[in-house]
Each structure stands twice: as structure tokens, then as C-alpha cells.
Design a binder for this molecule. Structure first.
Ligand SMILES: Nc1ncnc2c1ncn2[C@@H]1O[C@H](COP(=O)(O)OP(=O)(O)OP(=O)(O)O)[C@@H](O)[C@H]1O
Length: 310
């Protein structure tokens, strides 16, 4: 089956900043994909390009086999999309906005929408402008999923939802993926994402730092605690394919977050002069995210004398 989203060297240059810098991304159908990134990382910009609301400065992309740059309306008919600030017609009621959208999509849209607003216990005759933030979020979600899109793109989908609704909603995303549809989530709620996503991408300052299955990411990153006889001891450089993501020194302890750490490297480290011991621990997704996005990330495969890391 074709990838549901592909981007090639996607770049977005605004006057004051580079929001995206050569993003290459592929997303397989039938997955819950989560895009993580700090404030200003470029997540919304990427979503706006994928949904045809923004033209990239350079590079290309395809969404559901359509180029959103040249066919924005076709893409938007095919996908479901909830932005981080959904724009709804305030003067319509919850029921009216459903009829309105159903007139565009047809099919089972209206009955599915009604089921959804009933499930969310939304007041059908209340005007959108009189709804709470969470109720508006539920209307947006109901509209986005009512035509059963093969791709659902959600920018901060659970903001404004109470914990019970968040949990049910996220679990329903797993069901969607199990039925072959794709869910693209952009979120700051890393612990929530960790429960539902099968693929994770981390965007940092407009660059895609990593994109891989969550289980692979968690299995491949560890934090080493290296105990040194002296803080000035030089720790051997880890060879390829190791990638040092972050390191900190606390007196005679060096903490190094590393991807693709292997057993032969462990032997080299533990037998290095001045190294008293090395222990490794697994990290949560949140800790991995911090390692990838923290400004102190060292460049790959450098010699790391302690004095340079304090
Ligand atoms: N229309 C615009 N004109 C100029 N700069 C913009 C524009 N849109 C976004 N930017 C800048 O591009 C960068 C990326 O913004 P974007 O909204 O994509 O980040 P984000 O990852 O979604 O952040 P957040 O998590 O805070 O929503 C930011 O520095 C932002 O100021």
C-alpha cells in the first residue's frame, strides 16, 4: 500500500525564520503517527502545508496521493482535520453546523455526526458561540470524523477536553488505525501520545530529528551513567552507529543519552582508563524527547573531555 503522506525536502521560509528545513517524511497507512516538537518547532506549519493552507517555499509533498499545493480542496475533502484553533460558524447551532457540513460531504455524514454529538453529550440546539472550549473541541472532532476519512490530522486534539473524554478519544484513535485508517497527531501531551502512537517523529527548530516506530525508538535510546575516577578523565568516543544526543557532568559522574548503544561499546567504555563503572537505563518518551530537543545536544562522535561538558 502507498504511503499516506510523503514529504521531500519540505522547506518553509518566513521573513523572520525558517519554520521547516528540508523535512523528509513518510507515513504508512493504518498507523497512529505523533508529531512532537517544542513551541515554534514547525508542527503547525507542516500541518498547514499538508492540508493545503500554506504553500511551501520549496520541496514537495503528497497526501492521500494528492499534491496539497496544487489541489488543496481535493485534499481537504479526503482528510479530516482539526486545527489547534478550530474556526466554526459561531452563529450556527451544534445541529445546524452538522447539516451544513453534511450538505458538502453527503453519504452517512449526518447520521455519524449525530451519533458523535450524542456520545459527547453536546446540546444540539445550542449556538456554537455559547459552547465551552471543550464542547467546541468536541464539535470540531465530530465534524472531522463524520465522513470517516482515511487520514485524520489533529493539531493538539485533546486540549480543552476533560480527562475521561481525552482517554476515550485517544483510544478511539487506536481503533481507527486498526481499521486501516491513519491518524496524525501533533501534541505536547507526551505521556498521552506514548499510550496511543505507534510511530513518533520529533521536529526540532524546523528539522526532523527522528521518525521511527515508538517501540524502536524506546529500545534504541539509553542513558548511560559513567562513573569516573576524576572529573577530567576523557571518555572514549563511541563509534558508529552510536549517536550521542545529550550529555551532562555531575562531579565525577557523566550522564550520556545515546542512541544505538551496543554491547561491544559497553566493553570499550568499562575497560577505559579512569572509568570506574557504567550503568545504562531505559528512558521514557518524554526523556527521549528532551534529549533530542534540548539545546545542549553535542555533535556526533566527538571526543568529550569532562571540562568541555561542565
Ligand atoms: N505566517 C507566519 N509568518 C512568520 N512566521 C511564522 C508564520 N507562521 C509561523 N511562523 C514561525 O514559524 C515557526 C514555527 O511555527 P509553528 O506555528 O509551525 O510552530 P509549532 O511547532 O506549531 O509551535 P506551537 O507548539 O507553539 O504551536 C515559529 O517561529 C513561528 O513564529
Amino acid at each position: 500500500m502507498n504511503d499516506i503522506i510523503t514529504t521531500k525536502q519540505l522547506t518553509m521560509h518566513f521573513r523572520s525564520c525558517d519554520a521547516l528545513r528540508g523535512v523528509d517524511l513518510t507515513i504508512k497507512p493504518g498507523t497512529v503517527f505523533a508529531l512532537l516538537g517544542e513551541n515554534g518547532a514547525g508542527k503547525t506549519t507542516l500541518i498547514r502545508i499538508l492540508t493545503g493552507f500554506q504553500k511551501p517555499t520549496s520541496g514537495s509533498c503528497r497526501v492521500c496521493d494528492i499534491d496539497p499545493t496544487s489541489q488543496p480542496l481535493e485534499v481537504r475533502c479526503k482528510i479530516g482535520y482539526v486545527s489547534d484553533a478550530p474556526a466554526l460558524y459561531d452563529w450556527m447551532s451544534v445541529a445546524e453546523i452538522g447539516w451544513f457540513a453534511a450538505s458538502i460531504y453527503g453519504g452517512d455524514f449526518h447520521s455519524t455526526y449525530l451519533d458523535s454529538i450524542r456520545r459527547y453529550e453536546l446540546p444540539a440546539d445550542r449556538k456554537i458561540r455559547h459552547l465551552s472550549k471543550g464542547q467546541r473541541a468536541k464539535v470540531s472532532l465530530s465534524l472531522a470524523i463524520a465522513h470517516d476519512p482515511e487520514l485524520l490530522i489533529l493539531d493538539e486534539p485533546t486540549s480543552g477536553l476533560d480527562p475521561m473524554v481525552r482517554r476515550d478519544f485517544l483510544e478511539s484513535m487506536i481503533d481507527r488505525a486498526a481499521s486501516g485508517r491513519t491518524v496524525f497527531l501533533s501534541s505536547h501531551q507526551i505521556s498521552e501520545v506514548e499510550r496511543v502512537a505507534d510511530t513518533i517523529a520529533i521536529l526540532h527548530e524546523g528539522r526532523l530529528r527522528i521518525c521511527c516506530p515508538l517501540s524502536e525508538l524506546k529500545d534504541s535510546v539509553v542513558e548511560l551513567t559513567i562513573s569516573l575516577d576524576d572529573p577530567l578523565v576523557t571518555v572514549p568516543t563511541l563509534p558508529d552507529p552510536a549517536e550521542v544526543l545529550r550529555e551532562e557532568t555531575y562531579g565525577r559522574q557523566r550522564r550520556v543519552v545515546v542512541r544505538n548503544y551496543q554491547s561491544d561499546m559497553h566493553t570499550v567504555l568499562t575497560s577505559a582508563p579512569g572509568v570506574a563503572g557504567v550503568s545504562a537505563r531505559d528512558l521514557s518518551l518524554e526523556e527521549i524527547f528532551i534529549a533530542y530537543t534540548d539545546g545542549s545536544s553535542p555533535s556526533r562522535n566527538q571526543e568529550h573531555p569532562a571540562k568541555s561538558m561542565v
